[in-house]
Design a protein around this ligand. Structure first.
Ligand code: DX5
Ligand code: ZN
Length: 222
């Protein structure tokens, strides 16, 4: 099933609650929440207090992307504040299996991500153990960057692995997605699309309607 996951990193934080409502009213179902620790990535974004304060105001599925070193330390906290799905970076974990188990035990869905320089072979052994693979299409750390074209081959390769090993696993792409390239990535095998700038710059409802229009036919790669 296709999901658009608007990234609040690009929201106007003076109007965060209202903008999340706009996402919901525009027919949104997922919300992408980027947590950056200043170590795994150069920048720092926001953490638990922000998620905790928006949770009661929204029914959206909270897709929490942890760009954090050793995220295993914080899984229970992210569950407590309202994460539905927690995505960790393979590059940031000493023990991927233990981190995945920790997320499962906490009662959240599990995502595993790789940065642009990491080979898809790194995620292959985990496809049967997770609910989503996230392919970064920019170097993580900042919104508003340009899509890295080499991601296209990685999408096709991971889609093949998913179809073979765990067809219910979602495949998400994150970074530099806009109306001009969203069809290309969904046709290649992505079924969850993150968009920050392309949703929050301008009119949220119009932007989201345009995304849904482009991705109308339900994406089914099985
Ligand atoms: C980058 C973040 C992305 C980012 C996407 O590190 O993980 O989710 O917010 O922003 P856009 O869509 O503007 O590239
Ligand atoms: Zn993200």
């Amino acid at each position: 099933m296709f999901h658009l996951s608007p990234s609040i990193l690009a929201a106007d934080f003076t109007k965060l609650g209202a903008q999340i409502k706009e996402v919901e009213n525009a027919g949104g179902d997922w919300l992408h929440i980027d947590v950056m620790d200043g170590l795994f990535v150069p920048s720092i974004s926001f953490g638990m207090p922000v998620i905790e304060s928006i949770r009661p105001a929204s029914k959206l599925f909270f897709d929490v992307h942890l760009m954090v070193v050793e995220p295993i330390r914080y899984i229970d906290e992210f569950k407590r504040v309202g994460a539905d799905l927690i995505t960790i970076h393979a590059e940031a974990c000493e023990d991927i299996a233990a981190t995945i188990n920790k997320i499962r035990e906490a009662g959240c869905k599990v995502g595993l991500s790789i940065s642009p320089d990491t080979d898809v072979s790194v995620v292959e052994p985990w496809i049967e153990s997770v609910d989503m693979i996230l392919l970064m299409s920019v170097h993580p750390g900042f919104g508003g960057q340009k899509f890295i074209p080499e991601t296209m081959d990685k999408i096709r390769a991971v889609r093949r692995m998913i179809n073979e090993k765990n067809p219910l696993c979602n495949l998400e792409v994150d970074g530099g997605i806009h109306l001009g390239n969203v069809e290309e990535v969904t046709e290649a095998g992505v079924n969850v699309v993150v968009a920050g700038t392309a949703v929050f710059r301008g009119n949220i409802a119009d932007n989201m309607a345009a995304f849904y229009e482009k991705c109308k036919k339900d994406v089914c790669h099985e």
